[in-house]
Write a protein that binds this ligand. Sequence first.
Ligand SMILES: Nc1ncnc2c1ncn2[C@@H]1O[C@H](COP(=O)(O)OP(=O)(O)O)[C@@H](O)[C@H]1O
Ligand SMILES: N[C@@H](CC(=O)OP(=O)(O)O)C(=O)O
Length: 443
Amino acid sequence: MNKVVKFGGSSLASAEQFKKAARIINKDEARRYVIPSAPGKRTPGDTKVTDMLYRCYNLATMDDEYEEEFEEQLSAIRARYDEIIAGLGLSIDLSDEFKTIRTKFSQKAGRDYAASRGEYLNGILMAEYLGFAFVDAAEVICFDEEGNFDDERTNDVLSKRLSDTPKAVIPGFYGSMPGGKVKTFSRGGSDITGSIVAKAVHADMYENWTDVSGFLVADPSVVKNPKAIDVITYRELRELSYMGATVLHEDAIFPVRKEGIPINIRNTNSPEDKGTLIVEGTCRKPRFVITGIAGKKDFASITVEKAMMNAEVGFCKKVLEVFEENEISIEHMPSGIDTMTIFVHQDEFEEKEQKVIAGIHRSVEPDFLELESDLALIAVVGRGMKATRGTSGRIFSALAHANVNVKMIDQGSSELNIIIGVRNHDFKDAINAIYDIFVNTMI
Ligand SMILES: Nc1ncnc2c1ncn2[C@@H]1O[C@H](COP(=O)(O)OP(=O)(O)O)[C@@H](O)[C@H]1O
Ligand SMILES: N[C@@H](CC(=O)OP(=O)(O)O)C(=O)O
């Protein structure tokens, strides 16, 4: 048996949390490969070390007048680690490491290098505390010249290196490019490292330890005490993570999915809870018709209307090309007989708005063009929806009861998800209404 365990920033924010993580690791001999994140928030108002590092690096690249602030920030980061070292009774001294960091910062080693030090230093502490080998992710997680993750090379290097390292700590979030330049994944990317390591060592399980007892039906900051999901498929999870359920990075699924390795989301603060099992497929019936709800705010929509639009060859392509030319990514695109609507991120769209409108006019001469802003998209996801009639009807009626005006509803062709567009200010009410109708009324 061979398990890869990733501990998130909340699980390693202090010495107390480190002890809990170590207890979990030591309880099961199979937990051989450990992926730590950087120390996260100790309290809701606290700052993650990764954010402190970004800030510190920004200060390092500014004028001399910011030197004092830079020094303060670097000392505050050091203090976070020294607090953990003291709390764990370790005899490690990070002076040399911080000397190197200071030199690299002054040589402008890059934002990615700066951010990666959070995981790197936490990895050193974790390896020392557990008595495991430390494997620097810069040596085993490979990116190509363009900065894209190099799957094949990584798998080769990593599996070779770990085949003669029975127990190791590999820091999450970063790797390096061919010349040795450090490169990070996007935020929350330690989840991806965990998945890559699990694939390389052919793990039986990838455990992802966080501060909630699994993947919950809805975001706990939106719905009070949401129920945990027992089993969820990779496809369902991908839909939910993409739509903002942040518990697992949306790209963390791909490496383990190829190998059929299940992911288990667990709670470091409540290790006896079974958490959520993420699997390729299951014949286990879901507890509720829906598996989960997630959503994101701050979208704008552009509705293009033209009579006989469907008969015009290449109409949609021409409209989409305008967005491509302006480098705006499209989030969602429901269409009708004579209309198509394009949802985009408002902040990306705002500054290019007039160029896009002019471009659409020029390329397809629409009868009518309508813009709306401050919209939210909500995804209701569930493998159980396919077999259940009237799911959309129930969503509509729940939202009507909650006085939420539905701007758009669109069912994915896989019948795995229904996307609903509402106003930003109705976001919370809408999610709670959907949660109530499918979860609370079923209990
Ligand atoms: N559907 C959901 N289920 C569980 N947690 C969610 C969900 N949506 C949002 N979250 C948030 O995700 C957090 C865990 O993710 P994250 O902060 O990245 O943890 P970590 O620091 O362990 O990596 C939870 O504390 C919770 O607030
Ligand atoms: N520390 C990085 C990477 C990461 O995955 O962190 P966490 O596991 O705390 O989400 C970040 O804050 O983005």
